[in-house]
Design a protein around this ligand. Structure first.
Ligand code: AMP
Length: 185
């Protein structure tokens, strides 16, 4: 019987499967997020094995800048075809949950089948979602990337709030119902 790869390492193998690759060059690859939290949700990953943001050092500054430019070009190509008007943001989770450095590229509709929990919501809609610029700032000033585990984990438990009008919702079904209408405005 073929052995199944463990979920926590599958990103590192799945990113090299040709059928998963949407765009690549010698250094970077873009794949679809397997459990999308929005209508358009992609991951940009370096081909070099780098476990996490905490493994970055100043030698990776060029790579980080390249990842952002590469993802930006990818977004522009999507926008010019059939996703006109779609808004995106890109960034990292302060405390990533799976190995291999990955930068999220996500449209801000948050209408994905994978968006199920308060943690999911807050990981994209609080300071837990960290921009590429913030990562670069830390690398350039301190030579490393650090986010306090307790402080940032707490952000995942903050009240659910619509990212557009800031209305507070009591639970995920209520929030999802609200944002589906708020998005139309
Ligand atoms: P995080 O580590 O918190 O930045 O989130 C990891 C992201 O990777 C989640 O959005 C998952 O849905 C996604 N993910 C996990 N495994 C895979 C996989 N094998 N292929 C594509 N996306 C994945």
């Amino acid at each position: 019987m073929a052995s199944k790869s463990h979920w926590s390492t599958s990103l590192l193998t799945d990113m090299f499967k040709p059928e998963n690759i949407l765009k690549q060059d010698d250094h970077v690859v873009i794949i679809r997020d397997k459990y999308p939290k929005s209508k358009h949700h992609y991951l940009t990953l370096p081909k070099e094995t780098i476990n996490s943001i905490t493994d970055l050092n100043t030698s990776h500054i060029g790579l980080l800048k390249h990842m952002a430019l590469f993802a930006d070009k990818f977004i522009q190509s999507l926008l010019s075809v059939d996703c006109q008007g779609v808004k995106y943001k890109m960034g990292f989770h302060a405390i990533p949950s799976v190995p291999q450095l990955h930068m999220h590229v996500i449209s801000t509709d948050f209408q994905g089948a994978g968006l199920k929990t308060k943690k999911h919501w807050n990981s994209f809609n609080t300071e837990y979602f960290v921009s590429n610029e913030e990562i670069l700032k830390q690398l350039e000033s301190k030579g490393k990337v650090h986010f306090d585990k307790f402080k940032f984990s707490d952000l995942l438990h903050t009240p659910l709030k619509c990212h557009l009008c800031h209305k507070v919702a009591s639970n995920m079904p209520q929030l999802k119902e609200h944002i589906s209408k708020c998005n139309i405005k």
